[in-house]
Write a protein that binds this ligand. Structure first.
Ligand SMILES: [Zn+2]
Length: 596
């Protein structure tokens, strides 16, 4: 296990304020002393994820994860402790020397080389687009009406007919391993290397940090397949990125107010050029959970702009099921007289397109619209069915005001009596309430750990002890450790924590990195829970005094029990020893009586 000095970890931590770091991933709002937001680690609709600038820790009360800034990076970037230290060090320009395992180091080096190669390739293709020999590509560009600004923004390029890229990369000094790892170059049975993308319009796919991670290649004629994309490889995984997010983010500082997601990258590029700069594409796959989280981290409102055809509708339904549970303000774009957003904006211009974005409908409205499409409302049976479906959808809305608003809107749009809808909704919601009331909510049982159950009061007292040790080491450590012996701590986990704290403090370790002493994730979550709790401490000294008294007493009680045990076996004691034990017991009992 890699170990960093306390000084280094402190330095990195003090320069990476936890609120700044987490704000890059989560929209945080200040409430009192702390910040709150939607947890990036579980799906939720109301914020239970809190960040404390005073304590420099985060904690989610929904899924219980918590920790310091290193722990956050570990979880969100899916990296180990060493890598999280590196990421944060790099963020503030601190150099960190590490000894990764040889294998990890090799992979890290190869990744860096592939990123470098991809960048070089993107620029090569881009330059090539402007060469006289690239007539066919230039004509295609003209046909799609892409202007020079757009070509530059997205680094659009052209791959030639021969092995130009391979020759170029070889000349640039890239080795065979890197070329093959990039998926841009292949190798045939005779060991000959060749360009995989030929005679295609090349669109680099960049991640949020502007690194080229893959390419999409589109044919210039009608041959098949229309698109070839890089396969997943050492630097590219499809479901974790969104095309255009880096460009969209470049236009704003921080969080986008709203973001439009479309199906293909050519759609995204076309919309961008026509003034819709907050647009991304989901890279030819159905929307994934990871992409959903990426959207949530970067925008307040998400508009699904998938095509209106049958396949598009399925994509919308899937998008809804993923994004709705994440607490995103989700809208669905409605366009008319065009098969897709690209066609619409070319036909009607950006102003009308923006109007469509403003008018994008909610999930409830979208569902009702789909019900109507599948039913014949002149038929009385269908009409009843329609009413039932509307009521069911409305009854699923938790917020009563919202429910009323939608009821109004739907009643007007479809010319149905509001009272009729309301009556149906009431039936359903009442049923739901009864069901909820009749089920008894059982408290979650704690794991027993084969130990005696520790009562609530003792648990809280021990947690407070940890809290004081963590936050006020100078005031508390000496005084508390001299009375609160580890053997007096009743709860197993608390005992383990306190024992580690004593040990570390005795070696003069700094409390700043306390959470990092515990590499076990459950343990870190547990400790963060302790650290964010409010123990209503107004006077630290008094709190320490009180605990001191409690443990002094505990110490005496333990001593008394020990002496009583000795007396149980008094036949083993000599006359002198017996006398001594009895005297000692007497004084302990007197002490205890005084303490009351
Ligand atoms: Zn959570």
């Amino acid at each position: 296990m890699e170990s960093f000095s306390d000084e280094l970890l402190n330095e990195i931590k003090s320069r990476n304020d936890i609120v700044d770091v987490i704000s890059q991933y989560v929209v945080l709002k200040r409430k009192g002393r702390n910040y709150f937001g939607l947890c990036p680690f579980h799906n939720e609709k109301s914020p239970s994820f809190s960040v404390s600038p005073d304590k420099q820790i985060f904690k989610c009360f929904g899924c219980n994860v918590g920790g310091d800034v290193f722990r956050f990076i570990m979880k969100i970037e899916n990296v180990n402790f060493v890598e999280s230290v590196q990421i944060l060090a790099k963020r503030v320009g601190i150099e960190v020397k590490t000894n990764l395992t040889e294998k990890d180091e090799k992979i890290a080096r190869l990744k860096e080389k592939v990123y470098a190669l991809n960048k070089e390739a993107a620029e090569f293709y881009h330059r090539k687009l402007y060469e006289p020999t690239s007539k066919q590509a230039q004509e295609y560009i003209k046909k799609r009406k892409l202007d020079n600004n757009t070509l530059k923004s997205f680094l659009i390029g052209y791959s030639g007919n021969n092995n130009e890229l391979y020759n170029y990369l070889k000349e640039k000094g890239f080795d065979e391993e890197t070329m093959l790892a990039s998926s841009l170059i292949g190798k045939n049975e005779n060991g000959r290397m060749y360009d995989k993308f030929r005679n295609r319009l090349m669109i680099p796919i960049q991640d949020i940090r502007n690194r080229v991670i893959a390419f999409g290649g589109r044919v210039l004629d009608d041959s098949k397949p229309k698109y070839i994309n890089s396969p997943e490889n050492i630097v590219y995984s499809k479901g974790r990125n969104l095309f255009g997010l880096n460009v969209a983010k470049r236009n704003v500082n921080g969080i986008l107010k709203r973001i439009l997601i479309v199906e293909g990258y050519m759609d995204a590029i076309s919309l961008y050029q026509r003034g819709i700069t907050n647009v991304v594409a989901s890279l030819g796959t159905a929307l994934t959970d990871n992409q959903g989280r990426l959207l949530r981290r970067n925008a307040e409102q998400v508009i699904l702009g998938y095509d209106a055809d049958g396949a598009g509708q399925n994509a919308i339904m899937r998008g809804i099921s993923i994004l709705q549970s994440m607490g995103i303000d989700l809208r669905i774009l409605q366009i008319y007289d065009a098969k897709d957003p690209d066609e619409f904006i070319i036909k009607y211009g950006p102003d009308r397109f923006k109007k469509c974005m403003d008018d994008a409908i909610s999930v409830v409205e979208f569902k009702v619209k789909i019900y109507k499409q599948n039913l014949d409302l002149t038929n009385i049976n269908d009409k009843i069915k329609f009413l039932n479906l509307i009521a069911k959808t409305l009854s699923e809305i938790d917020n009563e005001i919202e429910r009323e608003l939608y009821t109004d809107k739907i009643a007007k749009t479809y010319n149905i009596s509001k009272e009729a809808i309301w009556a149906e909704v009431k039936k359903l919601t009442n049923k739901n309430t009864n069901k909820y009331n009749s089920s008894i909510v059982k408290p979650i049982e704690l794991k027993s750990n084969n130990e005696e159950k520790v009562d609530e009061k003792t648990l809280r007292q021990e947690k407070m002890l940890i809290y004081l040790l963590a936050n006020y080491p100078n005031e508390s450590y000496k005084r508390i450790s001299s009375v609160a012996d580890v053997s007096l701590i009743k709860d197993k986990r608390n005992r383990q924590i306190i024992s580690t704290i004593y040990e570390k403090y005795s070696e003069n370790a700094s409390s700043e990195n306390l959470i990092d002493w515990f590499r076990d994730e459950d343990m870190a979550n547990y400790i963060s829970g302790i650290l964010v709790e409010d123990y209503e401490i107004n006077d630290v000294n008094k709190a320490i005094n009180d605990l001191e008294k409690i443990y002094l007493r505990e110490q005496k009680i333990a001593k008394r029990n020990e002496l009583l045990k000795k007396l149980d076996n008094k036949e083993k004691l000599s006359q002198e020893e017996l006398k001594e034990v009895e005297n000692e017991l007497n004084s302990v009992i007197i002490d205890l009586a005084r303490m009351k």
